[in-house]
Design a protein around this ligand. Structure first.
Ligand code: XMP
Length: 249
């Protein structure tokens, strides 16, 4: 099953459009990697029933890969029939991107984020082709969530959406902190290009506003993993989101 179908099925089965953003980190040798790995697994066990996918970022993957447990975490998420997005934000030249993508595919990643600023020719075309060949997803970062995003992402927003459409990407990431951009994207994009909203909770974006402005999936990190009770926090967010989602399938 390709990535888009898998995340859709997972959202339907779990009644959740929340993508858990796993950015927990540790600093070996000061911190024990064994203890960190156990902490990640415990956290995932609590959160996985309430989320449709997990987005893993560099803060978690750097210690896990450099010290050895990265693939086990990916396998554990897969055992819960849940896809894994790697927030690589691919942004290099062709031959370097090619090596990174090859590693991510071999490691079992199901979808990858990439920056539209590198353009299609000699860059995203290869990334997209390689991922598609293996049934993996491509998610284009079309408008970041922080205030400095206005300069580049505000100026080239429409062009970045066009890139996602031309590549037939599986989705775009847009800051929930820019609800008008979510709305604009939902009016322009075909249904096949899903909208992933980031910046909910800790960065100030609202679940209701994100969904009513067109977000299909909500990427949420700190509001879950920094909570004393990540199981209750993820369930609560899922229950809030479900009130506004029209259909999960
Ligand atoms: P929090 O803790 O703020 O985590 O819920 C959000 C996650 O999303 C990443 N992030 C972004 N990713 N475009 C992206 O592709 C963005 O504009 C953006 N803003 C935040 C962040 O790194 C974290 O993993």
């Amino acid at each position: 099953m390709n990535f888009t179908d898998w995340i859709k099925e997972s959202a339907f089965n779990k009644r959740s459009n929340i993508v858990f953003s796993l950015d927990l980190t540790c600093y070996p040798p000061r911190n024990s990697i064994k203890r960190f790995y156990r902490k990640v697994c415990t956290l995932l066990k609590k959160v996985l029933p309430n989320v449709c996918a997990v987005k893993i970022g560099w803060p978690t993957m750097i210690p896990l890969t450099f010290y050895g447990k990265g693939k086990l975490v990916i396998e554990m998420i897969h055992e819960h029939d849940t896809p894994v997005i790697f927030d690589a934000k691919i942004t290099d030249v062709k031959h370097t991107n090619e090596k990174v993508i090859e590693h991510l595919i071999n490691a079992g990643i199901d979808a990858v984020t990439a920056m539209p600023t590198i353009g299609i020719e000699d860059a995203l075309d290869m990334v997209s082709e390689k991922l598609r060949k293996h049934g993996k997803g491509l998610i284009i970062v079309s408008h970041m969530s922080h205030s400095g995003a206005r300069l580049v992402f505000g100026t080239f927003f429409k062009e970045f959406l066009e890139i996602a459409v031309k590549l037939n990407a599986d989705g775009v990431v847009i800051g929930a902190t820019y609800p008008k951009k979510l709305k604009e994207a939902s009016e322009i994009l075909p249904d096949s290009v899903k909208i992933y909203a980031v910046g909910i909770g800790a960065q100030g974006g609202s679940i209701e506003q994100a969904i009513t402005n067109g977000a299909d999936y909500l990427i949420i990190g700190r509001a879950i993993y920094e909570s004393k009770y990540p199981d209750r926090a993820s369930l609560k967010l899922r229950n809030i989101a479900i009130k506004f989602v029209k259909a999960l399938s």
